[in-house]
Ligand binder design. Sequence first.
Ligand code: NAD
Length: 419
Amino acid sequence: MSHRLRPQRNPVRRSSGRRRRRRPSSTASAPQAPWWPPRARLQDLATASVNASGLSCRSDAARKAAATEGEVDVNEASAERSYRGRLAAITGAGCGMGRELARLLAAEGCHLALCDIQREPLEHSREAALAAARAAGHEIGVSTARCDVTREDDLVAFRDAALSELGRDSVDLLFNNAGIGGGGSLVADDRDEWERTFDVCWRGVYLGTRVFLPALMRSENGHLVNVSSVNGFWASLGPHTPHTAYSAAKFAVRGFSEALLTDLRLHAPHVRVSVVMPGHIGTEIAFNTGRVLGHSEPLEMDAAQVARARHRLELQDGAAAALSDDEVRQATHQRATEFRDQAPLDAEKAARIILDGVRAGRWRILVGDDAVALDRLVRAQPEAVYDPAFVEALQQQGHFEVAAGGDGVHGDEPQGDEG
Ligand SMILES: NC(=O)c1ccc[n+]([C@@H]2O[C@H](COP(=O)([O-])OP(=O)(O)OC[C@H]3O[C@@H](n4cnc5c(N)ncnc54)[C@H](O)[C@@H]3O)[C@@H](O)[C@H]2O)c1
């Protein structure tokens, strides 16, 4: 589905000259510059080549010629300090941070390509984005597609439909945001579930990058934004909760993104990469995890799902053994609800932090005071991070204290059956 672009007045003053910046001969040590140069240079650079809709109209041929000359045209990059007129693709855009990223970008006049595995929430996101754009006086294009990020065919269809519906040949920003929990234990959990969680969180990011990279490289200044987690540098939810599939995937996302810093500097220096590491953000991820994994809603879990949920509760508190099946369902539902409602940061604030970080050209974006504190502690005492005392220190600082559930540490989402 799409809401096609209509021409709008060119927001950027034109002038005759076009300044170009020479690509450094050795890019390996070049700092990751923000999209936009310092304010002082903006006056010089008011020659952005944008068409009537505010989008870059520079041809592929012109781009290739500039690349051959070893030059990067910085004009388009500095048209204005906003996302206006750019095109952002967001995976997992139906809920949570993905939806808020879409809404905030739309409010700045950014065109959107949104995908999600769940159709209905995606439609709500589309409506929310269009409403945000209208309220801010922008007319934007929004393309949506149902897409499972673990399937390359789906991603290719999503990309191609978006480019065709929005009349573009390039994508400026890709947010690889889709993710689920689950697959906590390599020993006790179902292998299919483990691999599904790993695939959504890692393979979805890898395939998203592969499929969209050519379109990002055709942008004057593409930006790849990979959503990892604090579990990308701390493989734990505390001493009583196995968390293997998600942590392995999020470490992979961080490693991949950090390695891409060098690869892109060498081979596509006009494309940036950022890795996002949120702490606890209040979203429906616990519920969505169950939906994506094909589980029942917590209050409707069958006997087998109740048994698995009980096992997880017991790891945290042996008293869970005495709970009735209905009490296990209630406890599971309550934990997912509290994860959403008692977070230190909501999805909108998280999305603002992410967009500010990307705008500033930061490659490493920690989201939330809890993520910042955890990052500092992990660096300070790497050998101690899986000791129970480490978690106590975190909680003493007021972090990761969701009320429900055993040890009270939920650096990310609760386990799959909780949603
Ligand atoms: N909420 C947190 O505390 C937290 C913390 C750290 C990292 N994260 C990460 O942030 C990202 C966004 O999470 P959120 O909390 O907004 O969750 P969310 O559940 O609100 O949103 C995730 C979206 O991804 C979609 N999705 C799931 N599997 C998919 C698939 N195979 N293909 C396409 N779409 C799929 C879901 O339908 C959902 O709309 C995830 O990568 C998550 O791992 C979340």
